[in-house]
Design a protein around this ligand. Structure first.
Ligand code: SF4
Length: 377
């Protein structure tokens, strides 16, 4: 199917080129693909889980999470029935926590409204929360052989080089062009393998800084290679400017050794790091530590508790996609050996947990860094 309306003539692949590219790429993929646990499994739910985890996260990091996830929630029913807390606990450390929330919610929709069957088409898949055009295309083509394209950063780069496409790869016009080209190229008989082959080529051969063109199966079709400057494409996209944010975090403890307990607060369900636990943390509007004091006072005073003077743990920086967060960390010790009765009058759920419980609690990577600072101190 040609999508000529969206493809300027200089970028179009001829029918012969499409055939030749498909053959070369599929043959290369059959011999050189990396063995990854989600490949060739035929389980749409597992493909879905892997694709959601692989958004924004490196393959090497995902592998362990993927195994643990499928051990704990082997089917979409298991995930749909799971407690949110357990889902977040298993996701903790992968970042972009909204992915886990949406996956959990969508599993419930699949079970309650779709008879427990993962949808088979891009259109149906996109009706689920957390599944956009890329993920829908990946699941539909890999798990159900729907002849639809996928375009991720790797595919953008390969196509930019094959057709010498200049300009910002994230610009709307270029995005339309990539999707149209990928739609023309995708192999109608092996769409899942073809899409994975394109992404694999971008991940292992046609890499951003140093493509190994001499090993590339589609070199003869590549304009950027013929021009001699493959890394000129695609143009480097402007980095999203990260908004600076400063927060104050206090590690509040009582007891020592095995009796040591940490105060943790659960974040509201929506927004940044929604539903995760953290040490008491406030956004430090004016750059002074006083706001942490006020917060802790509110948190602890009604339980009749007093803390020692804060012990400065130093500063660390943590990067989210749009936020550069500076965390000013401190530690305080409660003047008691008895388990505090609580921290009443507090807006969010709070708890006192042991070191072991802390390990299992769904917390962000930023809070794990704060814990490391505390332990070093
Ligand atoms: S020839 Fe080089 S630049 Fe072109 S697609 Fe292959 S690896 Fe990428």
């Amino acid at each position: 199917m040609s999508r000529t309306a969206e493809i300027a003539s200089e970028h179009q692949f001829s029918a012969d080129e499409c055939d030749s590219l498909r053959r070369a790429l599929l043959s290369w993929y059959a011999h050189h693909k990396r063995e990854l646990p989600w490949r060739d499994i035929g389980d749409p739910y597992a493909v879905w889980v892997s694709e959601i985890m692989l958004q924004q996260t490196q393959v090497a990091t995902v592998i362990d999470y993927y195994h643990r996830w499928l051990e704990r929630f082997p089917t979409v029913e298991d995930l749909a029935r799971a407690e949110r807390e357990d889902v977040m606990e298993l996701w903790a450390g992968l970042g972009y926590y909204r992915r886990a929330r949406f996956l959990h919610e969508s599993a419930a929709v699949v079970v309650d409204e779709m008879g427990g069957e993962v949808p088979r088409t891009v259109k149906q898949l996109k009706s689920l929360k957390g599944i956009g055009p890329y993920t829908a295309g990946a699941i539909a083509s890999i798990a159900f052989d729907e002849p639809v394209p996928v375009v991720d950063g790797n595919v953008e780069r390969v196509l930019s080089r094959l057709r010498a496409i200049s300009g910002d790869p994230k610009a709307t016009a270029n995005q339309k062009l990539y999707w149209a080209l990928a739609g023309d190229l995708v192999d109608p008989d092996a769409p899942g393998d073809f899409n994975q082959a394109m992404m694999e080529l971008g991940a292992t051969i046609c890499t951003p800084q140093s493509p190994t063109c001499m090993l590339c199966p589609v070199r003869e079709h590549c304009i950027a290679f013929a021009e001699g400057e493959p890394t000129e494409y695609p143009a480097t996209a402007k980095r999203t400017r990260q908004r600076p944010m400063t927060v104050g975090t206090s590690v509040v403890v009582f007891g020592t050794g095995r009796a040591e307990r940490f105060l943790v607060v659960k974040r509201p369900p929506d927004g940044l790091l929604g539903g995760l636990w953290e040490f008491p943390t406030v956004v430090d509007e004016d750059g002074k530590a006083s706001s942490v004091d006020a917060y802790l006072e509110q948190c602890l005073a009604t339980a009749g508790l007093e803390t020692s003077e804060p012990n400065d743990l130093g500063e660390l920086v943590h990067h989210f996609s749009h936020i550069r967060m500076t965390i000013r960390a401190e530690a305080r010790r409660l003047d008691t050996e008895e388990p505090p009765e609580g921290a009443a009058e507090f807006d969010q759920p709070v708890d006192w947990v042991s070191r072991d419980e802390l390990e299992r609690l769904p917390m962000s990577a930023a809070m794990r860094k704060v814990l490391a600072l505390y332990e070093q101190a």
